[in-house]
Write a protein that binds this ligand. Structure first.
Ligand code: BES
Ligand code: MN
Ligand code: MN
Length: 462
């Protein structure tokens, strides 16, 4: 394995250039205007897996965007690692806030990435992190060190709820059979302190529509005498949290797992600096649920957030109008044991029940998924920790993340295997934001670390 460092050094320019080519294709799954590019990206991923040494690669058509499946089976008696990743990306908007165009990748130095970072939509989430696995395979094949079987399943709808992947997994249990699922689509604490994600939050995403009068009205002629849907929506949303920032939906917390004081004390050991946290996002203070600290609020506690709100006149100047309708998109991040479909029902029931006379309310569920927690005494976790310890010089810290990869809970249910979340991104990499980037250090370190996971996983399985 000593050779992986040398191999990365020798080939790093090519590794970077290959990723840059992949990042140039705008595979935005949310916007059908990019549909052609999403399909083209699947083809590019397929070609890269073939080149890296998979024996068999195919584009699997689904009702939505295709799934790229690849494999290299060296011996059916050896363990199998299933690598999952996604080749779709978030929409780049607001494009005017990017310092360079989102699909024209460039390398720039930052304070956190003095050796440079690739700036492009998808650089970290998830093309860059997914491609580390392709290059790690290339190394293991070239050096004849692949110690087990490997399967790749790279999807194109993660950012819009992984509908087709659920469809695919349910129909291909045998094909996807594995001993461990390996994903790099999360982050770590810092470039000096690796961490392994042991939990993901679940998600319930809904859209609400409040309707008042049958047309937009003159706000002088009718103002004060009819319910204004925007006023009402704002009031309804405000009532969803109490003065302690607890969520007020009846039953919302019923299944929330309360961590013991010991577990919370363990969590508090992870390095965290509140002043730096605030400074990085220009805040004068943090905000959240009473009784919990920042690192708990964003990981082990459920949330309810408005992601977008609109209605009425928002153009230039003033228009005196009471809108007929008001809308909002709301996400609830859930913790283990909260069932996303049940929470969606509770929300719908509560939100319609608090609507005052004079408006009607419609709740449209979008998508969701269950949360996930994984133990730290599994072979997979141990192997990942050994790999990080070797490449970073310090052991990894287990961390529960606030983000969601809903498909992970489904993998466990359908494929009966555990997922190891070996992320190499940083919170400051601006995923989903303008100027997303991925450190060159992180990219190359990922390529170096992944083959060690294979090595230790197979050793520990014996
Ligand atoms: N890779 C992210 C999730 C993530 C990022 C988890 C960092 C932990 C740390 C993923 O692509 C994502 O954005 N997921 C969505 C959910 C999905 C259903 C749209 C999310 O968390 O908002
Ligand atoms: Mn992702
Ligand atoms: Mn994402």
């Amino acid at each position: 394995m000593e050779n992986i460092k040398a191999y990365v050094q020798e080939h790093k320019d090519r590794f970077i250039n290959e990723l840059i080519e992949l990042l140039k294709i705008p595979s935005v799954s949310a916007d059908t205007a990019y549909s052609h590019d999403v399909f083209a990206t699947a083809d590019a991923v397929k070609a890269s897996l073939e080149k890296a040494g998979c024996d068999f690669v195919e584009i699997c058509d689904t009702p939505g965007y295709p799934i790229v499946y690849g494999e290299k089976i060296i011996d059916p008696n050896l363990p199998t690692v299933l690598v999952y990743g996604h080749y779709d990306v978030q929409p780049p908007d607001p494009v005017e806030l990017w310092t360079s165009p989102p699909f024209e990748p460039v390398i720039k130095k930052t304070e956190i990435h003095p050796e440079g970072a690739i700036f492009a939509r998808g650089a970290c989430d998830d093309k860059g992190q997914m491609y580390m696995h392709v290059k790690a395979l290339e190394y293991m094949v070239q050096s004849n060190t692949l110690p087990c079987n490997v399967k790749f399943m790279i999807e194109g709808e993660e950012e819009i709820g992984s509908k087709s992947l659920s469809w695919f997994v349910e129909r291909n249990q045998e094909k996807l059979k594995n001993d461990v699922i390996l994903i790099s689509d999360t982050g770590m604490i810092s470039n000096q302190q690796p961490s392994i994600t042991t939990g993901l939050r679940g998600l319930s995403y809904v859209e609400v529509e409040v309707t008042g009068p049958n047309r937009d009205l003159h706000s002088g002629l009718y103002g004060g005498a009819v319910a204004n849907p925007i006023n009402v929506l704002a009031k309804m949303i405000a009532s969803l949290h109490d003065e302690n920032n607890h969520i007020t939906i009846p039953g919302f917390y019923d299944n929330v797992e309360e961590l013991s004081l010991e577990e919370r004390a363990e969590m508090a050991k992870a390095p965290f600096n509140l002043e730096n946290y605030k400074k990085a996002i220009d805040l004068n203070d943090v905000y959240g649920e009473k009784g919990y600290v920042t690192n708990e609020r964003n990981s082990i506690r459920p949330t309810l957030d408005v992601n977008g709100i609109w209605g009425g006149y928002t153009g230039e100047g003033a228009k005196t109008v009471i809108a007929s309708k008001a809308f909002a998109k709301i996400s609830m991040r859930l913790v283990p044991n909260q069932d996303w479909e049940q929470i969606t029902e509770l929300f719908t029931k509560h939100f319609t029940s608090i609507a005052p006379a004079g408006v009607t309310v419609l709740v449209k569920p979008h998508h969701g998924g269950q949360g996930y927690v994984t133990p730290i005494d599994s072979i997979g976790y141990k192997a990942a920790n050994m790999a990080y310890t070797e490449t970073f010089g310090v052991p990894a810290i287990p961390v529960r993340s606030g983000g969601s990869i809903p498909i992970v809970a489904l993998f466990e249910k359908e494929l009966k295997s555990k997922t190891i979340l070996m992320g190499f991104g940083l919170d400051s990499d601006a995923i989903h934001s303008p100027n997303e980037h991925f450190g060159i250090f992180n990219y190359l370190k990922g390529i170096e670390t992944i083959p060690l996971f294979y090595k230790y996983f197979v050793e520990l399985t014996k």
